[in-house]
Design a protein around this ligand. Structure first.
Ligand code: UD1
Ligand code: CA
Length: 475
């Protein structure tokens, strides 16, 4: 037997989330809830994946088309229960091999446990195998009813359970492996004679057993894996459990995490050994960080590439490429298209967007660099602004190698500053500056002598000025 089909049930309304976003689209650790389930399933390399969608159909379908283009969606118009949803998923499918059914709201499940379930299901030649776990607080879950010989008799939903059954802590995970042909013939026999008037997939276990099927309950060690998300409290709980799991894996792989509780790394990020993550740091999306880099404290990286031995301190960076040994921060903001070549430096209070900073070049203080290419060994003086927007369109600036841009320069794009050129501090540069020239674009200073004594008599300034002789004031 081989795994032919995976069915993910994701049509529920998620009423308890109180959200305009469908429940399975809420994100934790860089993936939606259903995205985590699809990712765990992906490890099993199934032939077909069917996702039953209902509430927020268009949004869920669009998301699935994006993250799992090979998955087929099946529409359940009205909630009829997990059994009804499975019936719809099986319609038009030639049943063969093994089918795995699971819910779209259990983001903690791992491919490892799913593989364990399938391995035991196949090894024992079972008709149906249910993944179970012992949950310290089983409230809300279906309870596992075992016979005297410990074999699985049936699953009783909490609402339909008596007091003795409610004390059972072994619960149904909602993950099942079935012999596809036997499931297909039994699924039509479900009845809705329960407290919710729904077709329960759980009832198929008893039906298969009564027909002589071999049924297994596969108890997994860690109940965290089966946690379902039904409201925002459980969403936060799952998020922090996933954070702990990701951080633990990273630390075991050689990443230093100074304060794991305040460090949030998405499941989609890649971090090499000997990276240090300082407190209050968040690493999102497809970010990759190479060995020796030190990130944080209080830094957020979204879809960034960070090369070896770079240092990013107290900064926010999105879609930035940060080269080897580069220094960023504190308090800088790198936006999409920022490229910092090796050994360059972006200091404090700098914003960059769609701009390349050449090897060893520096933007040390209080600047805006937008739509620009800067060569190597160049220094951009404090408070320089790349004036890239004329109110209608954006324009580019090019700054050559070993340039010295004076503090408080305005480089009004489009403009080119040649190799080795200078600009005088406080210049508004509207014309190209040729290589080796200095561009001076500021009014000449004039001093009006004695002005304070005449125009501001009686002030502290005037008092201070009066301490000096007229000659001295004349300079
Ligand atoms: C279900 C199980 C319960 C198990 C628990 C594990 C049943 C009857 N009960 O209960 O034994 O302990 O999961 O988390 O199966 N769905 C549909 N269409 C429907 C109804 C549900 O697609 O008509 C989907 C939901 O979107 C959800 C999944 O099926 O992803 C489970 O449904 P939910 O209502 O959350 O079931 P539970 O009450 O949690
Ligand atoms: Ca649920």
């Amino acid at each position: 037997m081989s795994l032919e089909t995976v069915v993910i049930l994701a049509a529920g309304e998620g009423t308890r989330m109180k959200s305009s976003t469908p429940k399975v689209l809420h994100p934790i650790a860089g993936r939606t809830l259903v995205g985590h389930v699809l990712n765990a399933v992906d490890a099993l390399a199934p032939k077909n994946v069917r996702v039953v969608v209902g509430a927020g159909r268009e949004q869920v379908e669009a998301h699935i088309a994006e993250i799992a283009p090979k998955a087929v969606t099946v529409f359940q118009e009205k909630r009829g229960g997990t059994g009804h949803a499975t019936q719809l998923a099986l319609a038009g499918l030639t049943p063969s091999g093994t089918i795995l059914v699971l819910a779209g709201d259990t983001p903690m499940l791992t491919g490892t446990s799913l593989s364990q379930l399938l391995a035991e299901h196949h090894a024992g030649g079972f008709t149906a195998s249910v993944m179970t776990a012992e949950h310290p607080d089983p409230t809300g879950y279906g309870r596992i009813i075992r016979g005297d010989d410990a074999s699985l008799l049936r699953i009783v939903e909490e609402r339909d359970a008596d007091e003795i059954q409610r004390d059972i802590i072994e619960v149904n995970s909602g993950v099942y492996a079935f012999d596809a042909a036997k499931l297909a013939s039994a699924i039509g026999k479900l009845k809705n004679d329960n407290s919710q008037g729904e077709l329960y997939l759980t009832d198929v276990i008893e039906i298969l057993r009564n027909e002589g099927g071999k049924i297994a309950a596969v108890l997994i060690d860690d109940f965290i894996e089966i946690l379902g998300v039904n409201d925002r409290v459980q969403l936060a709980e799952s998020a922090s459990l996933l954070r702990d799991r990701i951080n633990e894996d990273l630390m075991k792989s050689g990443v230093t995490i100074v304060d794991p509780l305040s460090t949030w790394v998405d499941a989609t990020a890649t971090i090499a050994p000997d990276v240090v993550l300082a407190p209050g740091t968040a690493i999102h999306g497809a970010t990759t960080i190479a060995s020796g880099a030190v990130i944080g404290p209080r830094t957020t990286l979204i879809d960034c590439t960070v090369a070896a031995n770079a240092r990013v301190l107290e900064s926010q960076c999105t879609e930035a490429v940060i080269g080897e040994g580069v220094n960023v921060g504190p308090y800088s903001y790198l936006r999409a298209g920022t490229k910092l070549l090796s050994g360059s430096k972006v200091g404090a209070y700098v914003e960059m967007k769609n701009a390349t900073l050449g090897e060893g070049s520096k933007v040390p203080h209080l600047s805006y660099v937008g739509d620009a290419i800067i060569g190597e060994g160049t220094n951009i003086g404090a408070a320089t602004i790349f004036v890239n927007y004329d109110g209608v369109e954006k324009h580019y600036s090019v700054v050559g190698d070993h340039v010295r841009i004076g503090s408080d320069s305005m480089l009004v794009a489009p403009v080119t500053i040649g190799d080795g050129a200078y600009t005088a501090a406080g210049s508004v540069i509207t014309e190209d500056v040729p290589a080796g020239a200095i561009g001076v674009g500021r009014a000449k200073q004039r001093n009006v002598l004695g002005w304070v004594l005449r125009k501001r008599p009686g002030t502290k300034s005037a008092e201070a000025a009066a301490r000096h002789s007229n000659d001295e004031q004349k300079g």
